[in-house]
Design a protein around this ligand. Structure first.
Ligand SMILES: NC(=O)c1ccc[n+]([C@@H]2O[C@H](COP(=O)([O-])OP(=O)(O)OC[C@H]3O[C@@H](n4cnc5c(N)ncnc54)[C@H](O)[C@@H]3O)[C@@H](O)[C@H]2O)c1
Length: 420
């Protein structure tokens, strides 16, 4: 077992190993990044602290970093994102894991603190963060470790927003790479990954049909676009709610109805939030919804659907299927899938492996970049250099037997100049 790991049940490891092996086999991009870039000695003796949902793809990323010489320690950004069999398997593969699906929010914070203590106590470290969980603690309860942290790389849109807020306030004490903002991340992970896995989670947990349903997507960013596209592809009649008129117009041009949320409530049958904001669906909305409405959140924060408000508005609730809670509102039923937390992770297996292969190739290269250049970067939010993003896309195209052309020097000159 990976040194001082703490997991719920070590005997679950065999199932976890099978899941990790499947992810490893379907990760050609990360495997090539490992072979071509990560084994150059950069990670020897370095601590790498990881806060990501504990499931097979994340596990494989941490194994790859450990194989490259890093002392890797991982915890989950929340207990609902822990697959105990994967945690048990990971602990047997040389990665230190502090994760249990039964932890409460306070214990979950303690697990993240343990990660910081282990990776940055007495040596340099880089962080791979999710919603700035590790970074928040490094700036509050673990300030003493700050000088040891060369930088962190952030996985989510919501996390990058937090880092930008820290930068604005001038409190960020190490540089951050916005891994989320790499094109090979958000164009695929947020769009196709969330699209496929959120819709799959809703269908699997309700066992209801998507075709013909009136589905409302709240937020038409990268995630919302993916959700709308997958639902429409399965025959759902999709409407979009936005606060940004340009994004609303984009949804209209993509063929969807665009309308205010309160109006959408009267016609929708399935509602999926993907805004990263708070109180997107509240009591006001629940009161207008039809009998049998289904709600799910695919955004990265757990306050998009006001679950407390739903509980207060209802006379009672019960679990009607695994991951589906039924609320009774004066005879009308409203169903909440996955507790209002990120539905594809709490009530599903997360993104498809090939999507996370791209995302984690980016994350591994972010960690590598920070390990080598973190000390020279200013304490603010940086983008991953474009060449690294391009290289990941090139490796993926090559892995699927495709490729792109290069500009000739004449074309480069033509594009860079202004004379005819
Ligand atoms: N489920 C997942 O696996 C997954 C994957 C990637 C990102 N995320 C999370 O999903 C959220 C959205 O990410 P994104 O990359 O699409 O962000 P984005 O910034 O591209 O899009 C968010 C959209 O929501 C809109 N919006 C904000 N408040 C709204 C409101 N009250 N009503 C309607 N629309 C509103 C914004 O105008 C914007 O167009 C973030 O929290 C992100 O961290 C989840």
């Amino acid at each position: 077992m990976g040194s001082d790991s703490i997991v719920r049940d070590p005997s679950l490891a065999p199932d976890g190993h099978r899941k990790i092996d499947w992810a490893a086999e379907h990760s050609p991009v990360l495997n090539r990044v490992r072979d071509e870039y990560l084994k150059d000695g950069t990670f020897e003796g370095l601590g790498v602290g990881v806060a990501l949902p504990i499931e097979a793809k994340t596990a494989y990323l941490t194994i790859v970093l450990a194989e490259a010489g890093a002392d890797v320690s991982v915890a989950s950004p929340g207990p609902f994102f822990v697959q105990d069999d994967v945690a048990a398997a990971l602990a047997e593969r040389g990665v230190t894991v502090y994760a249990s699906s039964e932890a409460d929010p306070l214990e979950a914070d303690r697990e993240l603190e343990r990660v910081l203590d282990r990776v940055a106590g007495g040596r340099d470290a880089v962080l791979i963060d999710d919603r700035a969980g590790l970074t928040r603690l490094a700036h509050t309860t673990r300030k003493g470790l700050l000088p040891r942290i060369r930088g962190s790389s952030e996985e989510t849109t919501s996390g990058v927003a937090k880092f930008r807020a820290m930068e604005r306030e001038g409190v960020l004490e190490f540089p951050t790479l916005a891994a989320n903002d790499a094109r090979c991340k958000y164009l695929f992970d947020n769009r196709y990954g969330t699209g496929q896995s959120a819709i799959t989670a809703i269908m699997q947990n309700t066992n209801l049909m998507m075709g013909g349903k009136r589905l409302v997507v709240l937020g038409y960013g990268w995630c919302g676009k993916g959700i709308a596209r997958y639902a429409a592809g399965l025959g759902a009649r999709v409407s979009v709610c936005e606060v940004d008129p340009v994004r609303g117009l984009e949804a209209y041009a993509d063929g969807f109805d665009v309308l205010p949320a309160l109006d959408a409530c009267e016609r929708g049958e399935i509602f999926v939030t993907a805004t990263g904001s708070t109180d997107v669906l509240t009591r006001e909305h629940f009161e207008r919804m039809r009998d049998g409405a289904i709600l799910a959140n695919a955004g990265g924060v757990d306050v998009e659907i006001d679950v407390d408000g739903l509980r207060e508005a209802s006379s009672g609730s019960r679990e009607v299927r695994r991951n589906v809670e039924e609320f009774d509102l004066e005879g009308r039923k409203i169903y909440l899938v996955g507790r209002g937390l990120v539905v594809n992770l709490t009530a599903g297996d997360g993104h498809p492996v090939e999507i996370m292969d791209l995302t984690f190739a980016i994350q591994a290269l972010c960690a590598h970049h920070l390990a080598n250049n973190g000390h020279a970067l200013e304490n603010r939010v940086h983008l991953l250099p474009k060449e690294i993003d391009d290289e990941v896309a090139r490796i993926k195209l090559d892995a699927v037997g495709m490729g792109v052309d290069s500009l000739t020097s004449e074309q480069e000159e033509f594009l860079a100049g202004w004379r005819e």
